[in-house]
Design a protein around this ligand. Sequence first.
Ligand code: IPD
Ligand code: CA
Length: 272
Amino acid sequence: MNGDIEFLRSIAEHVEREVTARMAAVGRAGLGRKVPKGEHEARASETALIDHIAEQTILNMVEARRVEGECFNVLSEEKGYMDFGGDRVLVVDPIDGTYNALRGIPFYAVSIAIGHERLADVECGVVKNLVTGETYHAVRGKGAFLNDKKIHTAQFNPKASIFSVYLGTKASPQSYSVASLARRVRGLGAAALELCMVASGDIDLYYMVPTAERISLRVTDIAAGTLILREAGGEVYNDAYEVLDMEFTLTKRCKVIGIGDRKVLKFLEAKL
Ligand code: IPD
Ligand code: CA
């Protein structure tokens, strides 16, 4: 299992190196250039160069690992599901927070998890902040870590609460009600990192409940972050407050609520 984490961390480091180098070389405008959809590619929309570079770096490392004798299938946000004859699946968001990266907001990450078929069977995951280099990881049953230091969610104190809430024209009306309950509110724009920040106790709640299904999150956005938050003592729900599970597919999307302390859920249920 440690070998798995070392593999994921090494992938994340390679992505960081490639993206940082290309950002320095071509800038945000260059990395925002659209890459035309390849033949047989499942994705619905065009991919930006930054996503393509990160994804290609990951796929090259999966191929190198295959040559060394270990095969993984890959579910990636850009190219979809790729069956390489492995027993396990690497669930990948090459860049989580692309919009932040391309607008110059320094908050975006690579997110990688290993599992079989669904969120509930994810074994380990890594989320690396590509701006600060901070690395979160978790192994199921073994806890969650930030830069190798064990992390735990924070106890909820409504008077000092800080929530990260998805807001804007596509946010649900209850998102505004939730925001109004917090002492302080942020909307940070990178789901994987926001779940990790709940895990480390920096924020109390991640609330991503838009009006439209097509804006909701996919399993690639949250596979690693969900394990990290659960291993740190928190929980992840859908908007019906059911413990979230999702299949490894890009065709399904879900509204996501991540909490550090169960008291947050009670607080929301009592106030909304
Ligand atoms: C996006 C981010 C963002 C969320 C969007 C996601 P992407 O991921 O996680 O926070 O609001 O719905 O699509 O597109 O940058 O991988
Ligand atoms: Ca992405």
